[in-house]
Design a binder for this molecule. Structure first.
Ligand code: ADP
Ligand code: MG
Length: 442
């Protein structure tokens, strides 16, 4: 029966939801008209009851073919440490104001040179809360700050379910305070944030710029937590010193521990992030489409994701495979240079356009005057502008080593004898290439 219930539930949920929320979920006991489930984390228990209660009821009705009630118990899955004997019997109850987005885990985070430091510090903090205290994480909009902080949250919920971890935006923090003032419950607010938290993950602190009252509240909250050795993580879209009009004492608190910055991802990292996003959507896109989107949206990964989702949706609706042209059209961007050409290839392509010949003619046996001319100019530019070796030039133009050597010598002679036509051709080609290749070296 247990397997039947689990299988039936699993079949109704997508894999991601299942893995994120039902990892420790199991059947504990089956009675005549009641089922007891258990789960390894209090936060997840509440979340499951709230979000999946109806689905669980429905599943039980299907499996047992009658109405069944159920409850979900909390049973820590971690083996108990020896020091537990001295722990109070009543478990600390995790206090969660904002449920975490199940996608934002360390597993789903692509590490690149732009976020390596931020990532490893976050992971270290997740493993040893309190170690780097406080942790101040900043970087431009959409570069992965929230992802990393929530990943810390997920990791802790999973591995230390008894820790009271709270993730919230600064806006939420402010609203909670305002609410508590209205209800005359400021004392409760303070008690909750100062004494009932083990890890505070506070997002988007720049929201508090210019709001002095809440900054004071945060300052005291911070001090209480910090002095009690509780981990504090703060995120911002700018570095602490650029939090204009922030209380200095708060800014200096932010800088006491580790400060990490997330930079914009490079092209390769961005491509990997795009691939990961598509994979998480359960979709597939062509590599050149991914590259196109990655090059155009590396400034803000939220927009990158938006662009990918748009293409995926279109693909699903139209049932078409989207190519680079179509993707560019959908996103109103130019479909340029999606697959990156090697500079050598670019040289050949540009050369051909310039002289109105084909690559086949260039690398083939054609003895047409214009082709001979293009070949010798191309070889000269390859050597003097791109710095290719004779061997590389020989390979590129499909010629023997001595032929290349001879041709280069001939061009030198032509130039030395004041041949304006060849000189102009070379100059123009170089200019054309420099404009288009933009500083690419080999
Ligand atoms: P921020 O909080 O810095 O504005 P987010 O954390 O909300 O940015 O990130 C924006 C989007 O990009 C999210 O969907 C997030 O999952 C994704 N993202 C950012 N960085 C990465 C990364 N390194 N690997 C995978 N996804 C990422
Ligand atoms: Mg954010």
């Amino acid at each position: 029966m247990r397997e039947k219930i689990i299988e039936s539930l699993k079949s109704k949920l997508n894999r991601r939801v299942w893995e994120s929320w039902f990892g420790t979920f199991d059947v504990k006991e089956i009675k005549t008209d009641h089922v007891v489930f258990q789960v390894g984390n209090l936060f997840i228990r509440d979340w499951l009851e709230k979000k999946y209660g109806a689905l669980i009821s429905k599943t039980l009705k299907e499996v047992f073919e009658r109405q069944m009630s159920f409850q979900i118990d909390y049973a820590p899955t971690q083996p108990q440490e020896e020091s537990d004997e001295n722990e109070p019997l009543v478990k600390k109850r995790p206090l969660v104001l904002t449920p975490l987005n199940p996608i934002l885990t360390f597993d789903n985070f692509i590490v690149g040179p732009n976020n390596m430091f931020a990532y490893s510090t976050s992971l270290e903090i997740a493993k040893n809360p309190g170690k780097y205290n406080p942790f101040f994480l900043y970087g431009g909009v959409g570069l992965g700050k929230t992802h990393l902080v929530q990943a810390i949250g997920h990791y802790l919920f999973r591995n230390q379910p008894d820790l009271r971890v709270i993730y919230l935006t600064s806006e939420r923090f402010l609203n909670e305070l305002v609410d508590s003032i209205k209800k005359n419950q400021v004392q409760e607010f303070r008690e909750r944030f100062r004494n009932k938290i083990d890890v505070l993950l506070l997002d988007d602190v720049q929201f508090l710029i210019g709001k002095s009252g809440i900054q004071t509240e945060l300052f005291h909250t911070f001090n209480e937590l910090y002095n009690a050795g509780k981990q504090v993580v703060v995120c911002s879209d700018r570095d602490p010193q650029q939090l204009e009009k922030f209380q200095d004492r708060l800014v200096s608190r932010f800088q006491m521990g580790v400060v990490a910055k997330i930079e914009k991802p490079d092209e390769e990292t961005c491509f990997k992030i795009a691939s990961k996003m598509v994979q998480l959507e359960g979709a597939h896109l062509q590599e050149d489409v991914l590259r196109l989107v990655a090059t155009n949206f590396s400034d803000n990964l939220r927009r990158l994701r938006g662009a990918l989702v748009k293409i995926i949706m279109y693909q699903q609706i139209s049932n078409d495979i989207i190519d680079v042209q179509k993707a560019a059209e959908l996103l109103s961007i130019a479909a340029v240079q999606a697959p990156k050409e090697l500079p050598q290839q670019k040289l050949i392509i540009t050369l051909c356009k310039f002289f109105g010949v084909t690559p086949e003619e260039i690398v083939g046996k054609s003895k047409k005057q214009i082709v001979l001319n293009a070949r010798q100019v191309g070889m000269f530019v390859a050597k003097n502008h791109f710095g290719l070796s004779l061997r590389q030039i020989a390979e590129l133009f499909n010629r023997s080593h001595p032929t290349v050597s001879h041709t280069l010598q001939k061009v030198e002679e032509l130039l030395n004898s004041g041949n304006i036509i060849v000189k102009n051709q070379i100059d123009q080609l170089v200019k054309y290439l420099t404009d288009r290749v933009s500083n690419q070296s080999i």
